[in-house]
Design a protein around this ligand. Structure first.
Ligand SMILES: [Zn+2]
Length: 490
């Protein structure tokens, strides 16, 4: 079984930092392959035996304007021990599999492409897991339909990510051989280049700008068997490549070759991460949409990949402006550049799970089950000390809906997410965050197809000047009922 896990580590030594102590860091994802856990693969057939003590509760009716949806989500009550296991990347998929097999599939039939478990927790960080089920779905209780399971550590992750990131792991894994630096190995060892002073509330502060050197590289993307992997290797992400999507990489055109002080190296004009790009703040990249079966190949530009990385460092570039002192760490490295053409990418992809159909200008529908995992009853009425059902339902509805309408989150006329902490409640602006529909429904430039190109320089593939609109995807929001019927193969 393959599992991908992603962990946001807000305390990690910074990549982008401002001297006032604030640290904004892209979520870091770690991935691992875990061995199959020995569960038998007996297919679940008849789904007619929902036990009396499943701990499953339907969410109350969800209403917005003229729309009422019954049973939009379910919750499952678990013990504290099970809850803790679900929140740990090593034990999460095994714990989730037991919930799916022994409770969900015994009550709901084989009707879901994806199951999202959302832990009823206020934790800010935590672990997000994608577990691919396409090779062993029977062990989860699904006979034919289930494609993947996502575990999110809190309700905020439904809105800010990695809701999109984890979903793309269903399709966009192990595709290109890529490399990156090990974030763990990046230490601040360079001498300060300059020192700035300024006042905060009348108090004099001094800040030093420092470059960061990374001593170790890792393998990402497509890599060899698990036994040969290093502890920091991170398969299934884009590494130092120009994919620039939910699974990382740099934006095309932002890495250029420079020669300074007699040394030739590659210089990025922005910070980027090898495995993430800011959660739900960014849409899917064209290559990701192609691999997901949501876009044609001719929207995929040639992809640049850097391998053989050496001398990796981040230059602390002064970005101070308007009296605010700051800098941004920008990657520099010595490496070998390879460009994959659209034809080469198509050959690598092979047959796709669901081919884009240009004749059908309808968004792709996936059926997903949202499961709130909790150790207590979820309040129906709004409760400032914790999340109510409405908070979970709003986030679930918004993420999957066939539009990008923030109505569920409108507070005082603005799109805001209520975030509760033990002592306080804050409202966070979520304007500009991508849900599934907005992240997938895009108008994209098209590129020449190099399949018929005889030119030796296939890297010179350029945009045609034409665009194509791809219809995107969404999650169906349907009333759940017990034993909702026979499985429907997609
Ligand atoms: Zn990931």
């Amino acid at each position: 079984m393959q599992m991908k896990r992603c962990r946001s580590r807000s305390g990690n030594p910074g990549y982008r930092r401002s001297p006032n102590g604030g640290t904004a860091i892209a979520a870091l994802c770690l991935s691992a392959i875990a061995a199959a856990n020995g569960l038998s693969a007996t297919p679940a057939s008849a789904q007619t035996s929902c036990p009396a003590d499943t701990g499953i509760t339907f969410s109350p009716d969800w209403t917005q304007g003229a729309t009422t949806i019954k049973n939009i989500m379910i919750s499952i009550n678990v013990t504290q021990e099970e809850f803790t296991k679900l929140g740990d990347p090593r034990s999460g998929p095994t714990a989730a599999r037991a919930l799916a097999r022994d409770r969900i599939y015994k009550c709901f039939g084989d009707n879901f492409d994806f199951i999202y478990f959302i832990l009823d927790s206020n934790r800010g960080g935590g672990t997000q897991v994608f577990s691919s089920t396409d090779r062993n779905r029977a062990s989860w209780g699904s006979a034919i339909r289930l494609q993947g399971v996502v575990i999110l550590p809190s309700r905020a992750h439904m809105v800010f990510g990695a809701t999109l990131h984890e979903l793309s792991h269903r399709w966009a894994n192990h595709f290109l051989e890529t490399e990156s630096w090990s974030p763990r190995s990046c230490a601040e060892i360079q001498t300060a280049r300059f020192v700035q002073h300024y006042k905060i509330k009348g108090e004099e502060k001094t800040f030093e700008r420092k470059d960061v050197t990374c001593s170790q590289t890792i393998r990402t993307g497509l890599i060899a068997p698990p036994a040969s992997r290093g502890p920091d290797d991170d398969p299934s992400h884009w590494g130092v490549s120009s994919v620039a999507g939910q699974l990382g990489g740099f934006a095309p055109g932002t890495v250029t070759k420079v020669t300074k002080n007699g040394k030739t190296y590659w210089e990025a004009s922005n910070f980027f991460a090898h495995n993430a790009a800011g959660g739900n703040r960014v849409p899917y990249a064209p290559l990701e949409l192609y691999l997901m079966g949501l876009a044609p190949l001719n929207v995929v530009p040639p992809v640049t990949v850097f391998t053989g990385l050496q001398d990796v460092w981040f230059e602390a570039v002064d970005t101070s402006a308007n009296g605010r002192v700051s800098w941004e760490l920008r990657p520099r490295f010595v490496a070998t550049r390879t460009v994959y053409t659209p034809r080469q990418l198509r050959e690598k992809a092979g047959p796709l799970p669901s081919a884009y159909d240009s004749d059908v200008n309808e968004p792709q529908m996936f059926r997903a089950l949202g499961v709130v995992v909790t150790t207590t009853d979820i309040p129906i009425a709004d409760d400032k000390s914790t999340y109510s059902w409405k908070d979970f339902q709003n986030a679930w509805y918004w993420f999957g809906m066939k539009s990008n309408d923030f109505s569920p989150f409108k507070i005082d006329g603005k799109a805001q997410l209520k975030r509760s902490y033990p002592e306080r409640e804050v409202l966070q602006d979520i304007t500009g965050i991508y849900n599934l529909y907005k992240a997938t429904k895009q108008t994209l430039e098209t590129y020449e197809d190099d399949a018929t190109t005889t030119s030796a320089d296939t890297t010179a593939i350029t945009p045609t000047g034409k665009t194509v609109s791809v219809p995107g995807a969404y999650f169906a929001m349907t009333d759940l009922t017990l034993d909702i019927g026979p499985a429907t193969a997609k």
